[in-house]
Design a protein around this ligand. Structure first.
Ligand code: FES
Ligand SMILES: [Fe+2]
Length: 415
């Protein structure tokens, strides 16, 4: 990328306000590689829930680009995140995506590490060899409310600074006392930015998402479908919102919203909004999808959405949470992973019906996959030129500005 810096800076400067990006941003392998390092590897990313590794030695792998992270529970019940790279000659150690082990044994020459990452055996090494110098490399990680976050950077942003403004929106939902009801990956043939563009606007919701439009009102979709301040808010919806805020505050629950306004490494937003009419949860009939979670003693008719970074969104009813993780897999490929969380005591069949729980986001994400893939195919054409954005695509424009500004700063620093 370095030798083309001036050309690349020119390309960045040429991007027009209120238009999507030029073709190369959605296709070029060099830009993709630069993106991974600049963005994904520099963010705190939610990668899983602690209930996935309940017992000592339980582990799962989180993989992105050339990196593979072992997320494992040690003898002191602590969750450790290690780079899946043997300290001998670099082989990957864990080959299965998840499992349970007593120790981590490299399949190549059998160097063995304990669950805290310390090297415990290495055959036939000379007298100077000190096992203590050759423990596994740790990946920066934090457990917050049962949520496992990692940061692949060697010099990550302070986690507290990252989580502070959005903390209370997550804490409300008691995800530390949750379990994974279902997890599904939607491999999508689209560049990560094209995939996120789609997630940052709800202009497409009316034509593409009958299920989402069945659950959410037109007013909500227009003003909040892609997060706060991303579309015009009608007078009716602002009245509805302020009435609901008063009612909910009386019940003692959180209301309000947050979004990053100053430019930084973070791209966060959060808001609490009311459902329409007497709907209680994000289900087809509006009835509860499971038992109440977190601070809720009764349903408050509201809904919480939190974007912790461009790569994660938390969408939470009072009784279940739907968490999105967007993982770039190549210049033209992105995995959209969804995890549905319910209260740890909720029993399937009795307290929740899995099909009802996943109905809306499953159908909606399958539809999104299709429209993103169609979009990518069109963007690859020689006749693609960015077209003007609508009033309901402010979220996409915000994300684009944040993205371009980051690239610009990074490139200026490397000249
Ligand atoms: S590379 Fe792991 S033991 Fe040799
Ligand atoms: Fe969508």
């Amino acid at each position: 990328m370095k030798k083309d810096n001036s050309q690349f800076i020119e390309l960045i400067k040429n991007q027009k306000s209120n238009f999507p990006l030029d073709q190369s941003f959605y296709t070029d392998p060099n830009i993709y590689r630069n993106d991974l390092e600049t963005f994904f590897y520099n963010q705190w990313i939610f990668i899983g829930h602690e209930s996935q590794i309940k017992n000592i030695g339980d582990y799962f792998l989180f993989e992105v680009g050339h990196e593979s992270i072992i997320v494992i529970k040690d003898k002191n019940q602590k969750i450790n995140c290690f780079f899946n790279v043997c300290r001998h000659r670099g082989s990957q150690i864990c080959l299965e995506k998840k499992g349970k082990v007593k120790k981590l044994v490299c399949p190549y020459h059998a160097w063995s590490y304990d669950l805290s990452g310390d090297l415990i055996s290495a055959r036939m090494m000379n007298d100077e060899f000190e096992k203590k110098d050759w423990g596994l490399n740790k990946c920066k990680s934090k457990i917050f409310e049962g949520l496992i976050f990692v940061n692949l950077s060697d010099d990550p942003d302070d986690f507290k600074e990252f989580i502070n403004p959005i903390k209370k929106f997550i804490e409300l939902h008691g995800l530390n006392r949750a379990k994974v009801a279902f997890k599904k990956t939607y491999p999508t043939d689209g560049n990560w930015k094209l995939t996120l563009d789609n997630f940052h606007e709800c202009y497409h919701c009316l034509p593409a998402h009958p299920e989402y439009c069945h659950v959410h009102s037109k007013d909500y979709i227009q003003a909040y479908g892609a997060g706060n301040n991303t579309g015009p808010e009608s007078i009716e919806f602002s009245k509805k919102l302020s009435l609901w805020n008063k009612k909910t505050e009386k019940l003692g629950y959180l209301t309000g919203e947050y979004s990053d306004t100053n430019f930084s490494n973070f791209f966060r937003s959060a808001e609490r909004t009311p459902f329409d009419s007497d709907r209680l949860s994000e289900t087809k009939d509006g009835k509860p999808g499971s038992i109440l979670m977190g601070q809720f003693k009764e349903f408050d008719g509201g809904y919480t959405t939190v974007g912790t970074s461009p790569f994660n969104s938390f969408i939470m009813s009072n009784d279940f949470a739907t968490i999105f993780t967007f993982i770039p897999r190549g210049p033209l490929k992105t995995d959209v992973e969804i995890m549905w969380l319910v209260h740890e005591d909720a029993e399937e069949g009795k307290d929740y019906d899995l099909n009802k729980l996943i109905w809306m986001w499953d159908k909606t994400t399958i539809a999104d996959k299709k429209i993103i893939e169609n979009n990518q195919k069109g963007v690859m054409s020689k006749k693609y030129v960015p077209g003007p954005l609508s009033e309901m695509e402010i979220g996409l424009e915000k994300l684009k500005k944040w993205y371009l500004k980051h690239l610009e700063i990074k490139l200026k620093n490397t000249i």
